[in-house]
Structure formats: C-alpha cells, structure tokens
Design a protein around this ligand. Structure first.
Ligand code: GDP
Length: 237
C-alpha cells in the first residue's frame, strides 16, 4: 500500500519533510533511538523535568493507539505501555530519546466513563504544559482513522496554534480500513485541518507511515537528514 497519499491542499510526506527540514522529498531515513529511556511521570508542572533542550509531545484520545505509535516510532516493543485502563492515568510521561531530547506521552482523553474531576485535571495539566513548556517544539496527534477528529483533539490543535507549534496528525489503525476508506478519511481530516496540521495514514501493525512519522519527529527535534550535520540515524531495526 502506498505510504504517503497525496491529498489536495496538504503537503505530501516528502513536501512536508522538505518544508520542515529544507530537504528534498523521498529521503526517508532509518532513525532509531538506541539510548531511549523512561525519565519520569509527572502529575503536576512542578514534577516536569528541566525545561531545556527539545521535546515533542504525543497526544490522542484513549485507545487511539498512542502507546502503540510511541513504541513504533522508537522501535521498542513496550516503551509506552498499551492496554491500560483507558483515561484513568492522568500522568505526563517523559522519555529521553537522546541527551536533551525528549518524547512526551500526554495522558489520553475522551473516555466516556472518566469523572468530570479527572477531566478537569487533564485540562489543567495539559493546558499548563502547552502554555508554559518552552522546550516543546512539536505535537504528534494520534487520531483513530475510523473515528476522525473530535472536540478534544480540536482543543489540542487550538493550544498548539496559540503558540504556533507545528502539529502532525497520525490517522492511526489504517490497517483496519480498506485503501479507499482510509483515503476518504485522510481527505476529510486534511480538509478539516487545512494549514493547521499535516496529516498521514499510520499503522503500528503494518508500519504504514511509520518511517515518515519518524522523519517528522526528527524534524520537530531540529535534526537534519541522515548524513547531514546534526543527523542522528543508525541503520535499521
Ligand atoms: P492508547 O490508549 O492510545 O495508548 O492506545 P493503545 O496503543 O494502547 O492501543 C489501543 C488498542 O488498539 C490496542 O488493543 C492496540 O493493540 C490497538 N492498536 C493500536 N494501534 C493499532 C494499529 O495501528 N492497528 C491495529 N489494528 N490496532 C492497533
């Protein structure tokens, strides 16, 4: 299956990468993070690690496939634990990809059974994170391709827009749809997002979009292409 679909009005994978990194399209790389490690979980801003270097946040509704996406991006089987009780863990998990570079797992949202108090805590914690975190350089937003973009996703898009943070949406679980269904969903998400975010199909099962998503992560972290200055890549799986 074609990995990066061309969607009207939306940069293709290559174009997006070019835009972000000044590189020519089609230069997919094989990023990996040999030193990746869990740093800490924070329930409040006071517990965040020092606000230095660069970090990229990953967010999504409960069960959207966020943990699976993090594991796929970092090529780890169980860095982020998947299959937890949805929506009840209101912690921000920080992972170190390399010295001074972090991946930040934001708590899931949108789970119907979560009490209002927990929802309010999510809003406060994640809202403060977006409002105050200087080292935050990009957001990867995980959206279940079968569900599409929901209100809580829009809140994150708004927070990102407010601080001009680049956002890349991964339409997850694309393997669960036919090619034409997935394409339709991609086009409708792209139409809604417009210039606010780039978007692509993604599957943690068959790895559709995974390599390009790693390129975007690298670009958000300020890296150049493999072999270029500042590039950090190390072969394959
Ligand atoms: P999270 O709650 O957003 O962290 O979601 P998880 O990563 O735990 O995934 C929720 C469920 O969806 C799990 O049963 C995963 O195995 C499944 N899942 C996640 N990503 C994919 C995918 O790309 N394809 C398919 N078929 N299932 C997926």
């Amino acid at each position: 299956m074609v990995v990066q679909s061309v969607v009207r009005g939306v940069p293709t994978g290559g174009e997006l990468y070019t835009k972000l990194n000044g590189l020519s399209p089609g230069q997919a790389s094989m990023h990996s993070y040999p030193e990746v490690r869990f740093l800490l979980s924070a329930a409040s801003t006071q517990q965040f690690p020092p606000d230095i270097g660069r970090e990229v946040a990953v967010a999504g509704r409960s069960n959207a496939g966020k943990s699976s996406a993090i594991n796929s991006l970092t090529r780890r089987r169980a860095l982020a634990r998947s299959g937890k009780t949805p929506g009840l863990t209101q912690l921000i998990n920080f992972f170190e990809l390399a010295p001074g570079e972090r991946l930040v797992d934001l708590p899931g949202y949108g789970f119907a059974k979560v009490p209002p108090k927990v929802q309010a805590h999510w809003h406060r914690l994640v809202g403060e994170y977006f409002a105050t975190r200087n080292s935050l350089t990009g957001l990867l937003l995980i959206v279940d391709v079968r569900r599409g973009i929901k209100d809580e996703d829009r809140a994150l898009l708004d927070w990102s827009q407010r601080r001009e943070l680049p956002v890349h949406v991964l339409l997850s679980k694309s393997d669960k749809l036919t090619h034409s269904e997935a394409r339709k969903s991609l086009e409708s998400a792209a139409a809604e997002l417009g210039a606010r975010a780039s978007v692509e199909l993604f599957s943690a099962v068959n790895q559709q979009g995974a390599e390009h998503a790693r390129d975007v992560l690298e670009a958000f972290l300020g890296h150049k292409k493999p072999g270029g200055t500042g590039g950090r890549t190390t072969g394959s799986d």
